[in-house]
Write a protein that binds this ligand. Structure first.
Ligand code: PLP
Length: 229
């Protein structure tokens, strides 16, 4: 086991607690998801031994493989945080408990159709694009309500809230203030949709100040990602 992994995790958790306190929030309202993409399954094991139970991946194939390699760690919760192709919906649904990146009705439909009898409802978030670049993923803000309504019509999906990535060219506090407003719009349609998935290594403090409930933190905890072929 890598001592530095333990100390990085502890120091991030301390910063999360401090940021929550500064925002007048309880750290228990905040779920810290460790993003393990590009790292081997052994890192997931090390994290599990340190008490981590929420992990995130952004590619379906890597998620499927890693989940198989850690199948004995039954209490892990896997979050899918990458751009999802509709033809991967079945594989994603078979492995992830939550999909943060639903950005179009067709993807919601594919995830809905991928449900197998007896499946738990799948937690899904509306991913919102905070940029003008459609290639970044996410629904544009003017499409939030229509997509949320569509998801509410899918009986095997449970609308949990919103997800966003802060743009590179905007201060994260300003970007996350917008996300908080979008989250409010979704809660008008579904009061139980209280998750705000926002905040990464470089901006989780600002995300907490803006009300984020789910942080997606990778490299600050895992160390730099190995290059991916
Ligand atoms: C990789 C990734 C993260 C984590 O990024 P870090 O900067 O390493 O914390 C968070 N969210 C998404 C969508 C990602 O793809």
């Amino acid at each position: 086991m890598d001592d530095t992994l333990a100390s990085r995790l502890a120091s991030i958790d301390e910063r999360i607690t401090d940021a929550a306190r500064a925002a007048g929030r309880g750290a228990s309202d905040i779920t810290r998801i460790v993003v393990t993409k590009f790292h081997p399954a052994s890192l997931v094991r090390d994290l599990h031994a340190l008490g981590v139970r929420e992990v995130g991946e952004n590619r379906q194939q890597e998620l499927t493989t890693k989940r198989e390699q850690t199948a004995d760690l039954a209490d892990l919760t896997w979050h899918f945080i990458g751009q999802a192709q509709t033809n991967k919906a079945r594989a994603i649904r078979a492995t992830a408990a939550a999909v943060h990146t639903v950005d179009r009705a067709r993807l919601a439909d594919a995830l809905q159709r991928a449900a197998v009898d007896g499946d738990d409802p799948l937690d899904v978030l509306v991913q919102i694009n905070l940029t003008d670049d459609p290639g970044r993923g996410g629904v544009s803000p003017d499409g939030i309500e229509a997509l949320a309504q569509h998801i509410l019509g899918c009986d095997t999906l449970r609308l949990r809230g919103v997800m966003a990535v802060a743009p590179l060219d905007e201060h994260p506090a300003a970007a996350f203030a917008r996300v908080a407003q979008y989250a409010q719009r979704v809660r008008t349609l579904e009061p139980a949709a209280r998750w705000i998935s926002a905040g990464m290594t470089g901006d989780f403090v600002e995300a907490i100040a803006a009300g984020a409930t789910h942080l997606r933190i990778g490299s600050a905890i895992t160390g730099p990602r190995p290059l991916h072929g």
